[in-house]
Design a protein around this ligand. Structure first.
Ligand SMILES: [Cu+2]
Length: 291
């Protein structure tokens, strides 16, 4: 079983966002998949998903890889007849579209949410509560953003650091013309972006305030990869012990290509906060250029 739908939001008369969503069942494990997302009639994503969620405990439990799929999703009070809940709301005067699912895996309660704002921001989020074991642990959520800004190809990834001079992309920015992994570096305000070289439209990838930094178990925060269809494994890549992404890092050219960014957020959860403590992670994706 699965659930799927397509959305023109907020209305056909005012189609700010057009997208398709799907929550597939096992063996897929990538949460709610967003496909063919367009903002103001310009393509943003070919596909966006959450293909890996790994947990590492300080005590004698795990590690685990928690599959987010239809099988362990449950209806909620907001949407009692569906496992994927689509809703609109207004916050700080701006309208937003929410697409979310609620999952139970062992003792964990997990909410996977996509928020699409009328001003173009996208907020992927993962919220977690519950203790599988009474030890401190870290949840590592890996989002896969298959950007196709103004369609596939001609995209290039960038990184910002306060210490980088203006080398042609604006103060602080340099390009990533081949496959690479990166770590967050809060002291230089490190952030990333993807831009279409023809239209100069793009999206920033801004680490969230609770997203943490890579550690010895989950060793990277960002991957810039060239799109290869065979590298989309619907969440079946890697294992509890390893993310499995290094096999995709083969030094391919990403300079003006069809590229994929993976982003990892790391959520520390201390056992003394108990099982009812909800906490959330996720980056903010913000448009730039003339949309
Ligand atoms: Cu936890």
């Amino acid at each position: 079983m699965s659930e799927a739908g397509s959305i023109v939001w907020p209305s056909a008369q005012e189609p700010l966002w057009r997208l398709e969503w799907r929550l597939a069942d096992s063996p897929d494990q990538e949460g709610i998949v967003i496909r063919s997302a367009r903002y103001r009639d310009h393509q943003v994503f070919y596909k966006a998903s959450l293909p890996s969620l790994r947990v590492q405990y300080d005590g004698p439990c795990g590690p685990y890889k928690d599959p987010l799929n239809y099988n362990n999703a449950q209806p909620t009070a907001r949407c009692p007849n569906q496992r994927v809940c689509v809703y609109s709301y207004t916050s700080n005067g701006f309208r937003a579209l929410g697409v979310e699912s609620y999952h139970r895996i062992g003792a964990y309660r997990l909410t996977h949410r996509w928020v699409f704002w009328e001003h173009g921001w996208i907020m992927p989020r993962l919220y977690s509560a519950g203790l599988q074991c009474n030890y401190d642990h870290r949840h590592h959520a890996y989002w896969r953003f298959d950007f196709d800004i103004d369609n596939a190809g001609r995209d290039l990834a960038f990184e910002y650091n306060t210490y980088t001079p203006d080398i042609g992309w604006g103060p602080g920015w340099h390009s990533k013309p081949s496959e690479i992994t990166r770590r967050k570096w809060p002291s230089s305000n490190r952030r990333w972006a993807v831009m279409d070289l023809d239209s100069s439209r793009g999206y920033f990838v801004l680490p969230g305030p609770n997203d943490g930094v890579a550690d010895a178990f989950s060793t990277s925060d960002l991957w810039v990869l060239r799109y290869r269809s065979e590298e989309d494994l619907y969440g079946r890549q890697g294992s509890a012990a390893a993310d499995g992404l290094s096999t995709h890092l083969t030094g391919e050219d990403t300079n003006g290509r069809d590229i994929v960014l993976w982003y990892c957020a790391h959520l520390g959860h201390s056992a003394d906060h108990g099982g009812d403590d909800w906490h959330g992670i996720g980056p903010n994706l913000a448009p730039f250029g003339a949309w």
